[in-house]
Design a protein around this ligand. Structure first.
Ligand code: E4P
Length: 247
């Protein structure tokens, strides 16, 4: 798990909130397989990585054969970690898929996503025992998040928007999941984010990671009032250029 260990700081020298944030840095991911929309966000220091899944690949027109090339480009664009999902539903098939996905990458660069099924927990446990970072995905029940933490997964991914769509109080359930993984090595990686308000509500719960569609990135980063203030500063910064200083 070289990539994960590399960004860990014991934080022993820090106090209060700084200590907490250095010990558990938040991971923002982009949830997309569309290189052109990802390029509109990366490279950027607030982004930890990019998550993909078979549906996102299909939507972006990226075949399985082209996936390693896409992931390599994302790492070159500054992603610290990229995530790709197994396609099989049985343990042996998942492990074979994981081997193929991991092969071109250095340790810790690729996080293997595995659905949080009975077989998925078995396959993921074998990968985790070898030091491979694993995301258990499609997490819809609190106990699945707990199993992910019990097994030492890097991430457990509940889908906020889809939980809400199904009539469940998504934020309430994710708050319960967060209390179950708190203090473990497992971050919730909340997906299916439809709005800035949802993003901020999740930050309020203290989740360790969120993956957002690139269209939300501009809304989080480009605030009109800040841009207007910057325009004013830039205009005023020319004062004195003609040598008319009062001092
Ligand atoms: C999760 O892995 C999915 O890619 C995604 O977050 C689902 O988002 P949606 O429910 O808004 O389609």
């Amino acid at each position: 798990m070289a990539g994960l260990v590399a960004d860990y700081d014991s934080g022993d020298h820090l106090q209060g909130p700084a200590r907490v944030s250095r010990m558990n840095p938040f991971h923002l991911y982009l949830d997309s397989a569309d290189l052109s929309e990802i390029r509109s966000c990366l490279p950027h220091p607030v982004v930890h990585g990019v998550t993909t899944n078979p549906t996102l690949l299909k939507r972006a027109g990226v075949t399985r054969a082209a996936l390693p090339g896409l992931l390599t480009q994302l790492l070159k664009l500054g992603a610290k970690q990229v995530q790709a999902q197994v396609q099989a539903a049985d343990v042996d098939g998942m492990l074979a898929d994981a081997e193929a996905l991991l092969k071109p990458f250095d340790s810790g660069q690729l996080v293997v996503k595995i659905p949080a099924t009975r077989a998925g927990f078995q396959a993921g446990a074998q990968l985790i025992a070898r030091g491979v970072p694993v995301t258990y995905t499609a997490v819809y029940a609190a106990e699945q998040a707990h199993f992910a933490a019990q097994l030492g997964a890097a991430y457990a991914a509940p889908y906020l928007g889809r939980l809400d769509d199904s009539g469940v109080d998504g934020l309430g359930l994710i708050a319960q999941m967060q209390s179950l993984v708190a203090g473990s090595a497992t971050r919730l990686l909340v997906a299916s984010i439809r709005s800035r308000e949802a993003y901020l509500a999740l930050l309020g719960l203290g989740v360790g990671s969120i993956t957002i569609p690139p269209r939300l990135f501009a809304e989080l980063l480009d605030h009109e009032a800040t841009l207007a203030a910057e325009r004013g500063f830039l205009a005023d910064a020319n004062f004195g250029a003609a040598g008319d200083s009062k001092l």
